[in-house]
Design a protein around this ligand. Structure first.
Ligand code: ATP
Length: 251
């Protein structure tokens, strides 16, 4: 599996004129397993959305190493996924194979077989006909991992995949992440649990709008870096009132 790095070249991303990510440079090496960690509002989801082409960069550039966005396996945050569609578990997993079957084409028997295997791999054998709206949060996350298995992407991007997921499901899904890494795929995951990051993710981007550190996890999550990230978060929380106070002082 040959891949080029995914490079961020001095990337800034804005909502209106508010910069959510500032001057980020660095790269995800092919086959790397990287956590993106940082305080609330640090720009982690924003970064993934820009990587997935959902947001345009305000400045700088993202080089996806020749990959098309549709070739990346992407799992958005659970809150961004609508489960009210009248889809079965099998239909949802099959969406991972749309490149082979065509969005409206007849479903290839081979892909259907792979879907069943993927469901077995995530511990949901026999769930094919269940409606996705009837699943628990953990079961639904397993379905979405089965869909990623079917998609067979070389780069996999996960946004808080284990939030509100129980310990057993998390352990099973982390095992799938470990296998993806073993296959040589590039995996990037936004995570909040530092212990999980330290145990399972060799590389970390510690983000606080800008990069605090990006490299081996042990170094990136050093106490000094975590303090810096917290201080940066406090400074952007205070940004608006400080400006207002200064304006007031001058008048
Ligand atoms: N659609 C939007 N419109 C305007 N501002 C937004 C939008 N989405 C996010 N933001 C702002 O951009 C900043 C970064 O948000 P983002 O969701 O990327 O952070 P995050 O690091 O993923 O946070 P969390 O850990 O809380 O999920 C925040 O200040 C947020 O309020």
């Amino acid at each position: 599996m040959t891949l080029a790095p995914i490079r961020f070249n001095d990337v800034s991303i804005a909502y209106d004129r508010h910069l959510a990510v500032r001057h980020l440079s660095g790269s995800f090496a092919p086959g790397s397993l990287t956590a993106i960690a940082g305080p609330n509002g640090a720009g982690k989801s924003t970064l993934l959305k820009a990587l997935m082409g959902e947001l345009r960069v305000a400045a700088g550039s993202i080089d996806r190493g020749g990959l098309r966005v549709r070739d990346v396996g992407y799992l958005p945050q659970a809150v961004d996924i609508d489960r009210r569609f009248p889809l079965t578990v099998a239909d949802t997993v099959m969406l991972g194979a749309w490149r082979e079957t065509g969005a409206f084409g007849s479903i290839a028997a081979a892909a259907a077989l792979r879907a069943r295997k993927a469901l077995t791999a995530v511990g949901l054998e026999g769930f094919e006909r269940r409606h996705i709206g009837s699943l628990s949060a953990g079961q639904f996350q397993r379905v979405l991992f089965a869909r990623l298995l079917l998609q067979d992407a070389k780069v996999i991007v996960l946004d808080e995949p284990f939030t509100a997921i129980d310990a057993r499901t998390t352990r099973d899904l982390l095992e799938i992440v470990r296998r993806w890494h073993g296959d040589g795929r590039t995996v990037i995951a936004v995570l909040h649990d530092f212990e999980q990051v330290r145990t399972h993710f060799p590389q970390t981007l510690l983000l606080a709008r800008g990069a605090v550190d990006w490299g081996p996890t042990e170094t990136a999550l050093s106490p000094a870096n975590l303090l810096r990230a917290r201080a940066m978060a406090e400074s952007w929380e205070e940004e608006t009132p400080v400006k207002a106070r200064r304006a007031g002082e001058r008048s």
